[in-house]
Design a protein around this ligand. Structure first.
Ligand code: COA
Length: 247
């Protein structure tokens, strides 16, 4: 009894398909890893060799594991995705929700204490230091976490909270708490964060304030009182009575 030619074909096709799927995956992972290691070398002066970066940098490991968790999340394997993400947190101290979308060449320096929320999106060539939170304020539903543009630097301990965008090429200073959109190429510092530089130029708030045409507060107050008095007079009909008396 021979095997039908159709069955033979299926048996032949499937392992081939599986192998090419696996092989393509390997190429993508390898390419991603190579450019990530190059990004670490470029951005971390303490990085000595590719071997050291690959084996000893928690950021590399966390992002590699996140790619796996994100794949599971996208393919409806939610529990497995959360399991991988929580194990990564235990191993590296970096918590990335499997739903978060992360671009290429993300560099995480030191890493410990980083939290990246479910609906956060991170562009390419982003640099995050330890203790960064890309979180929600607790007030939003659906998209609750920030979108980080390409080439953004976020300093240690900075908190970026809410569903807004941090523009490409921006810098968020260490310790800043960002609660609203940051334009591209800007530097945001402080709590709550304010933009102090755009494209390297100081944002001069003082020169934007009109210091000549300032309203006189006493005059404003007197005008207000006059308006109130007129309204009261009209209400009581005083003016009409006086006018009648005069006549
Ligand atoms: C913000 C940062 C990226 C510098 O960006 P920049 O565009 O070059 O800005 P500048 O250095 O010109 O500083 C701009 C202004 O912000 C102030 N500033 C810089 N960093 C600040 C911070 N963390 N908190 C408050 N103010 C800060 C500067 O004093 C300067 O003030 P001025 O306008 O009165 O002169 C850098 O200061 C920073 O915080 N890097 C993070 C590094 C980090 O986290 N390292 C951890 C290593 S483990």
């Amino acid at each position: 009894m021979g095997v039908e030619p159709r069955t033979c074909r299926l048996l032949w096709d499937r392992p081939q398909g599986a192998f090419s799927f696996y092989w393509e995956g390997c190429i993508i992972v390898f390419k991603d890893l190579r450019e990530t290691i190059a990004a670490y070398k470029a951005r971390d002066p303490a990085a000595r060799s590719s071997l050291e970066i690959f084996f000893l940098y928690p950021g590399v490991r966390a992002v590699r594991r996140h790619r796996r968790a994100h794949w599971c999340w996208e393919h409806n394997l939610k529990f497995l995705a959360r399991f991988i993400s929580q194990r990564t947190r235990r191993i590296t101290g970096i918590e990335i929700h499997p739903g978060a979308k992360i671009g290429r060449r993300l560099v995480i320096d030191h890493g410990m204490g980083i939290v990246i929320g479910e609906t956060a999106e991170i562009g390419d060539d982003v640099l995050l230091y330890q203790g960064v939170t890309l979180g929600g304020t607790g007030k939003d539903k659906g998209k609750r976490h920030p979108t980080i543009g390409d080439n953004v630097l976020i300093g240690s301990g900075a908190k970026v909270l809410g569903p807004f965008t941090v523009g490409a090429g921006s810098r968020v200073a260490a310790g800043a708490v960002v609660l609203e959109e940051v334009p591209p190429d800007a530097t945001a510092v402080g709590v709550p964060a304010r933009v102090v530089r755009i494209a390297g130029q100081k944002v001069d708030y003082a020169s934007e304030v009109d210091q000549i045409h300032v309203p006189d507060p006493v005059e404003t107050e007197i005008n207000g009182l006059r308006r109130e008095l007129e309204a009261l007079k009209r209400h009581l009909g005083v003016e009409t009575a006086l006018e009648e008396e005069e006549q």
